[in-house]
Design a binder for this molecule. Structure first.
Ligand code: TPP
Length: 345
């Protein structure tokens, strides 16, 4: 594991100053990470309602549910300074990316609950979220985000725009051919593309060491002449610093970057996962690196805010999430007559 120990106060101050972040930025990042955490914890609770005994086919939210609890710093650090027009393509585990991109929380909650007020009028569900306003998309097809984001990056380059495209994917997805193909063409055509691998150690129940010929994915990026970095995905500042450089490089026309973020999901691959493939000790160890608590400690150490201000931010985030859930719960389901409208298959 390559997780750096907490820096001294002096080093921490320097780290923040050199990455161009102000105290208010750290508070905003904290607030965004809290929104993601509370949102997913609430969705998790609702998901399990009416599922006793557990069945994906019953309850308020039906089908599979993949949560990103623990991975918030990767989303917030990467997307902190992107524009609405920059394209983000996510995965089957998309909520943290959607929220960090600024997707409307009410419409996101409504989509997950299958309501007509949702991003896709309730027809996409949790794995198929599309938002034109924030240029956000995702897909349940593992490995699909790489070429889709490369297409958006190509369009930006072709039309002379200084926007960027960002593909998120798990370390399992990066073993797909689409990863290699995308690295190759993005490098050859100097596309404004950033590939972010969220290495949470497992693809479903498969540990990465069983199926990878290299220890890290960033080593593969180097083979395609793509600048490639390994970051601490439990440290929002580390993610932000590297992502900022990558985004600036892409905007200026210098081509793609690969970022591999070491992270961890505190919950199962999907809700209902028996998690036999990992130990309690391992989960506890990673829980001690909780990215939200880590940022909170830093804010307090640096005296950027006191406990009272942090408590207010937590309260605000909880209210925002509750409002979104209430909106979704009171929204109607789509009319069965429009079942085939807007559906392409
Ligand atoms: C092409 C394809 N193959 C298999 C699946 C089933 N599947 C869903 S998630 C998943 C594991 C993905 O692991 P990883 O890319 O590491 O992402 P993580 O779940 O860890 O976020 C698999 C195999 C799928 N959705 N699409």
């Amino acid at each position: 594991m390559i997780i750096k120990p907490e820096p001294s106060l002096k080093d921490l101050s320097y780290l923040i100053e050199s990455s161009g972040l102000k105290p208010s930025d750290l508070l905003t990042m904290y607030r965004r990470m809290l929104t993601i955490r509370y949102f997913e914890e609430t969705i998790r609770k609702i998901y399990h309602e009416g599922k006793n005994p557990f069945s994906m086919a019953s309850g308020i939210i039906r089908g599979e549910m993949h949560l990103s609890i623990g991975q918030e710093a990767v989303a917030v650090g990467t997307l902190y300074q992107v524009r609405d027009e920059d394209v983000v393509v996510s995965t089957h585990r998309p909520h943290h990316h959607a929220i960090a991109k600024g997707v409307d929380l009410n419409r996101l909650a409504a989509e997950i609950l299958g309501k007509v007020t949702g991003l896709c009028r309730g027809k996409g569900g949790h794995m198929h979220l599309f938002d034109k306003v924030k240029s956000f998309a995702c897909s349940g097809i593992v490995g699909a985000s790489f070429p889709q984001a490369a297409g958006a990056a190509f369009a930006f380059k072709y039309s002379g725009k200084d926007n960027v495209a960002i593909a998120f994917a798990g370390e399992g997805a990066a073993n797909h051919g689409t990863f290699a193909e995308t690295l190759n063409i993005a490098s050859a055509w100097e596309l404004p593309l950033i590939l972010v691998i969220e290495d949470n150690k497992y693809a479903d129940s498969t540990p990465k060491s069983l199926v990878m010929s290299t220890t890290f994915h960033y080593q593969r990026g180097l083979a395609y002449n793509v600048p490639s970095y390994l970051v601490d995905g439990m440290d929002v500042i580390d993610v932000y610093s590297t992502a900022t450089k990558a985004i600036e490089r892409a905007r200026k026309g210098f081509g793609p970057t690969l970022i591999e973020a070491l992270t961890y999901r505190y919950v199962g691959h999907f809700e209902g996962d028996g998690e036999e493939y990992r130990t309690k000790e391992e989960v506890e160890m990673w829980s001690s690196l909780d990215p939200i608590r880590r940022l909170e400690n830093r804010i307090l150490r640096l005296n950027y805010a006191d406990n009272e201000i942090l408590a207010k931010l937590r309260e605000e985030a909880r209210k925002q999430v509750q409002d979104a859930i209430d909106f979704a719960l009171r929204s109607p389901y789509p009319d069965p007559n429009e079942a085939l409208r807007g559906v392409f298959a």
